[in-house]
Design a protein around this ligand. Structure first.
Ligand code: MTE
Ligand code: MO
Length: 253
């Protein structure tokens, strides 16, 4: 009992700290000089506290009636990278998701192959760090199924998601998850939003859904997935595009 109370207090304090994050917008916050320091300390606290309480907890699932009329798009909404334009021009028929890095079986999966895998539909809430939320119905394959096919090596610790869209600084959007979240049953590679093929503004043809974390973790326009032992040497080294601008790596909600 005592331990639980202690953990609760720890969690509350950690959440109060991370609350500072919600005040800034995705772009505004990165321009302030104090942000990286505050966010850096909040990372360790909230990650440890939330994991202690909720390693296997499920995000709330909603009903059809709760679905938002419009799933507000955010960040990149129309990638201009030539490779992406070529795929889009052909209705994504030539799309392949590469899966590689520290795996026994590298994969190259077409949308058809992905759709043939057992899939899951979930109505969940999407919370952006900017302070807005929308509810949508997502269909896709559990990431765990794809990882089981690829067979991560023993040394693998993180799953890195590389995207097609280039950001203002020229780098590509990317994200990463640890294995707790990668193998969580609600973590999906999704190709359908509200019963229709995923629209381009929301990440066509395939995007990540991780409903226990903030919106920026949910990489759109997936190009490939790599299993790695560390993300230190990828892009800015902090595990994601927004993380490289100072946002926390573990964005649990
Ligand atoms: N590739 C890519 N993924 C991305 C982003 C982006 O700009 N590029 N923006 C992130 C942010 S901040 C949010 S809130 C969600 C928005 O998803 P939506 O456009 O479907 O609402 O995507 C996330 N994934
Ligand atoms: Mo966001």
């Amino acid at each position: 009992m005592k331990l639980i109370n202690k953990r609760r207090r720890f969690l509350r304090d950690a959440l109060a700290l991370t609350g500072a994050v919600a005040l800034g917008g995705c772009d505004k916050l990165s321009q302030t000089t104090w942000a990286p320091k505050v966010l850096g300390s909040a990372t360790a606290l909230s990650h440890a506290a939330q994991r202690a309480l909720s390693r296997d907890a499920m995000a709330r699932e909603y009903n059809e009636a709760d679905i938002s009329p419009v799933f507000r798009p955010n960040g990149s909404t129309d990638p201009q990278a030539p490779a992406y334009r070529a795929l889009a021009a052909n209705g994504f028929r030539d799309y392949r998701l590469g899966v590689g890095g520290l795996v026994a079986h590298p994969l190259s999966l077409s949308l058809e192959q992905l759709r043939a895998l057992p899939n899951r539909t979930q109505i969940t809430r999407h919370d952006c760090v900017e302070g807005w939320s929308v509810i949508g119905k997502w269909t896709g394959v559990q990431l765990s199924r794809v990882l089981q096919m690829a067979q991560p090596a023993r040394a693998a610790r993180y799953v890195v998601f590389r995207c097609y869209d280039a950001m203002d600084d020229g780098s590509e959007y990317y994200e990463s998850l640890d294995f707790d979240d990668a193998y969580h049953p609600q973590t999906l590679l999704a190709w359908e939003l509200n019963g229709k093929a995923l629209p381009i503004p929301n990440g066509a043809p395939l995007r990540l859904r991780v409903p226990r974390q903030l919106g920026y973790k949910m990489a759109k326009y997936l190009r490939r997935i790599d299993l790695v032992d560390s993300f230190k040497h990828i892009e800015g080294g902090r595990g994601g595009y927004w993380e490289d601008q100072g946002y926390q790596w573990y964005a649990g909600i």
